[in-house]
Design a protein around this ligand. Structure first.
Ligand code: ATP
Ligand code: MG
Length: 671
């Protein structure tokens, strides 16, 4: 295979297969490219496709990676190749092995709302409020991401609050098991636990995955790292690529120190640095480099571009939010007109999802096609959640959250008192609701009318389960929708006929989606379809849109790894970027990395916009331009109204040196 189009260190990274390999490099230097070329290289070296596993962070990235590989190598050779996210890899392991951890077939995966409800119910008995529940949810997730089991959490909890949360964690884990359910973090933590306790199972998986490649490695958390280490075993056939300056998931437990741990845990590690950026104009790259120089660094990296300086970076100071959205959209329109660039080469990036709305409106007003990533999420829609809850309950009878969602959808007049009696009874017997519902003890404790209604519900579910044994998932879903008269229910409960019709169209879309899924997959069982849909709904926020020629709207987080000709980084303001909740030292550094990720998505044109006033909770507030604006090279900005750089260059340089020296002293030498 010809690697001539790669630069020398890229070639070295592709060819390095006899020892573990870390590619540590800045944005746009071809890291993802190394992974896809290496997959092709491994196939050519005689690795069978089913023994190669490439891991990325989103399904979108996984899909893109697969496309890139199939462009390099014919689809017959790549058949069986595993390209997945960490979570779908974990899910795949668990689908085969969860019985060893006490789970039954068809386990459910709970999304964050289910988790919140479930913790709410458990904590309710302790009379706690919603802040406490959200805080505990976050803490439990941190424990799981750090691979800390409930007993270890209890042993190390050193405040009454943490002790209470560790108890809740224990109770929550037991409850999950009763409901044959897992949360998102379990998809990583449980496989690690499984591999620790069952050496023979680990051997088996090590034999299946003989070469592992990981993109965006800087965002792995401790559990993910443990999973990687376990799967590699002594064979150590591993390539990871990452950039510590693009670590933006600290809030999900990401540990960029995992880059360093690799050096300790894999003595033979070959570290390769890529220094040429092929994506951005030199001016954009220079601005990004200058910005990120304000952060502390574990590794020294250089990044240069052979491209021309290119256009100036434009700054749009705007009167207010509407003005900002209009200015950006009119600019897109005029650029489209002048240069005939496809819409899909424009991206509007923002810090938080809610910021998309003004832009959506302005784009609609100007009839420009657009796509919002993760925004108006398909799987967040009530009708989709209802139907999925039915499917989940049919696949996993113990899925309490699913049962609670649909016990009165459509209305069955099973009252709150009966549901409470059912939940209390199930809790006291440590049974799932589905089991408890059928027990005499419960049926005797409620009145006659409630008993008849609950029995009606039991019969319906039994009938549908019977049908699930005969039909495939798509036919079952179609039969279910008609059996429960779901479209009547929508008409009864939606505010307009139009809304009900739109909701029903979404249900139809789900059904055809299931049909397509069945076509693509070998396993057509209801369990497999439900497992796939559940993970997709959590991972991508329902984002499985086919690429269209449309302006792309997304958060900076969602833009990681992507590139566009024209980037508009909007809401470039204090309290937005940096976010108002992340203003301590570590928080600011993470926000700066986010700004760095945003800026480095741009190939030829970058625009930073901000509003000077914004409406918040009915008040008009003054806004300040982001502090990061002052960290960009003033000479490269066009249209900026600010003039003062807050720190002189020598001050910035000194600050960088001091913090780097501190870190080196703390962690030992590393560069
Ligand atoms: P990020 O840090 O944003 O994830 P990355 O390091 O993964 O970026 P890629 O997305 O792989 O970088 O590549 C960035 C761009 O550079 C792509 O358009 C790719 O085609 C191009 N590129 C990479 N290597 C080369 C090369 N050797 N010659 C020409 N173009 C290249
Ligand atoms: Mg990449």
């Amino acid at each position: 295979m010809n690697l001539q189009d790669l630069n020398q260190p890229q070639q070295q990274a592709v060819k390095c297969i006899d020892r573990p390999c870390l590619v540590l490099a800045g944005a746009g230097s071809g890291k993802t490219g190394v992974i896809t070329r290496k997959v092709a290289w491994l196939l050519r070296q005689g690795y069978a496709a089913q023994h190669i596993c490439a891991v990325t962070f989103t399904n979108k990235a996984a899909r893109e990676m697969r496309q890139r590989v199939t462009r390099l190598i014919d689809s017959k050779t790549t058949k069986g190749l595993k390209i997945s996210t960490f979570h779908s890899l974990g899910q795949r392991i668990l689908i085969h092995e969860s019985h060893r951890l006490g789970y039954r077939r068809g386990f459910s995966i709970m999304d964050s709302r289910d988790v919140e409800t479930c913790l709410g119910e458990l904590a309710h008995r302790l009379e706690q409020d919603s802040d406490y529940i959200r805080q505990s949810m976050y803490q439990i997730s941190r424990w799981k991401n750090d691979f800390v089991a409930p007993a270890a959490a209890a042993a190390t909890a050193d405040t009454p609050l943490l002790q209470a949360q560790a108890r809740l964690y224990e109770e929550y884990q037991q409850h999950l098991q009763t409901c044959n359910s897992m949360d998102f973090d379990d998809l990583i933590m449980l496989p690690v636990q499984l591999f620790r306790d069952h050496a023979e199972v680990l051997n088996n998986w090590q034999d299946r995955i003989r070469y592992l490649l990981i993109d965006e490695y800087q965002d792995t958390n401790t559990s993910q790292y443990e999973l990687v280490k376990a799967l590699c075993g002594i064979r150590q056939k591993l390539t990871v690529v990452g950039d510590d300056d693009q670590s933006i998931y600290a809030w999900r437990g990401a540990r960029p120190e995992n880059l360093q741990r690799l050096q300790q845990d894999f003595a033979a590690l070959e570290v390769i640095k890529l220094e040429q950026n092929y994506r951005s104009s030199s001016r954009i790259l220079g601005a990004a480099n200058q910005l990120i120089a304000n952060n502390r660094h574990l590794y020294e990296k250089k990044l240069w571009s052979a491209s021309a300086a290119g256009e100036l970076i434009r700054v749009f100071p705007c009167k207010n939010a509407d003005d900002e959205a209009n200015r950006v959209v009119v600019d897109i329109l005029s650029k489209r007109f002048q240069e005939n660039t496809p819409c899909s080469q424009f991206a509007i990036l923002y810090r938080s999802n809610f910021q998309s709305r003004n832009y959506e409106k302005a784009l609609r007003d100007h009839s420009i096609p657009y796509q919002v990533a993760g925004g108006n999420a398909f799987f967040e829609r009530r009708e989709i959640k209802d139907i999925l809850a039915y499917l989940r309950l049919l696949s996993n009878p113990d899925d309490d959250q699913a049962l609670l969602r649909i016990i009165n959808v459509p209305r069955r007049e099973i009252g709150a008192t009966s549901i409470k009696a059912l939940a209390t009874y199930a809790g006291s017997r440590k049974r799932s609701l589905d089991v408890a519902m059928r027990e005499l003890g419960l049926l005797e404790s409620i009145n006659n009318r409630a008993r008849i209604r609950i029995q009606g519900f039991i019969e319906l579910i039994a009938e549908l389960r019977q049908q699930a044994l005969q039909d495939d998932a798509m036919d079952l879903c179609r039969a279910l929708v008609s059996r429960i008269d779901y479209s009547d229910w929508l008409r009864e409960t939606c505010t307009s006929v139009k809304q009900a019709e739109a909701a029903m169209e979404n249900v139809m879309e789900l059904i055809s989606w299931i049909g397509n899924l069945q076509k693509e997959r070998d396993d057509k069982s209801l369990d497999a379809v439900v497992a796939h849909l559940s993970l997709m709904s959590i991972l991508e926020n329902g984002e499985d849109q086919k690429p269209q020629d449309a302006v792309q709207l997304m958060t900076i987080h969602a833009a990681k790894g992507l590139e566009f000709e024209h980037i508009y980084l909007v809401g470039f303001e204090e309290d937005s970027l940096p976010h108002h909740q992340s203003q301590d030292d570590d928080g600011i550094e993470e926000e700066r990395r986010l700004a760095y990720v945003g800026i480095t998505r741009a190939a030829s044109n970058l625009t930073l916009s901000y509003a000077k006033t914004r409406q918040k909770f009915g008040d008009m507030l003054q806004c300040e331009v982001s502090r990061f604006m002052y960290e960009l090279p003033e000479a490269d900005l066009e249209g900026a109204e600010h003039t003062l750089s807050k720190l002189s260059d020598s001050e910035k340089h000194q600050r960088g040196l001091d913090t780097f020296a501190d870190l080196k002293a703390l962690l030992g030498s590393a560069d």
